[in-house]
Design a protein around this ligand. Structure first.
Ligand SMILES: [Zn+2]
Length: 135
């Protein structure tokens, strides 16, 4: 194994009380790393300095990944909010419940029930055992 990797792993495996940062502070802003630091990694004087830089880089990467994940979740939440605002299918099922699926744009029913009502033969919508029997 490469010595740099060993040093990083040793640092990470030390008990929390022996490390400089006893536990991860979620409010701590990761140290900003300059482009110069990244291009001069080969000039780092000690394993400890390399290890510190690796940990700082890791903290920055984790923050970026976390932000990306949060942004994706926020986008998903927005889609779900918009979906929940959409008009619902007005079909009333044999048990009295309404369908609840989003209705097609500018229509009263969802895709399934819209197709069922467009049928040339006037059959009840087949959606459960009872309606199948009736049909
Ligand atoms: Zn429906």
């Amino acid at each position: 194994m490469n010595p740099f990797r060993e040093a990083v792993l040793r640092n990470l495996q030390q008990p929390a009380t022996r490390r400089e940062e006893p536990e991860e502070d979620l409010h701590a802003k990761p140290r900003e790393i300059s482009d110069q630091e990244l291009t001069e990694i080969d000039k780092l004087p000690t394993k400890a300095a390399a290890c510190e830089l690796a940990l700082d880089i890791n903290a920055n990467i984790e923050l970026l990944e976390f932000k990306t994940d949060v942004a994706a979740r926020a986008e998903k939440l927005e889609y779900l909010r918009r979906a929940n605002l959409s008009q619902r299918c007005r079909h009333v099922m044999s048990n009295g419940d309404t369908c609840g699926c989003p209705a097609l744009r500018d229509q009263q029913y969802c895709r399934f029930h819209g197709q069922a009502y467009e049928s040339e033969i006037d059959l009840p919508v087949i959606e459960d055992v009872d309606s199948l029997q009736i049909a």
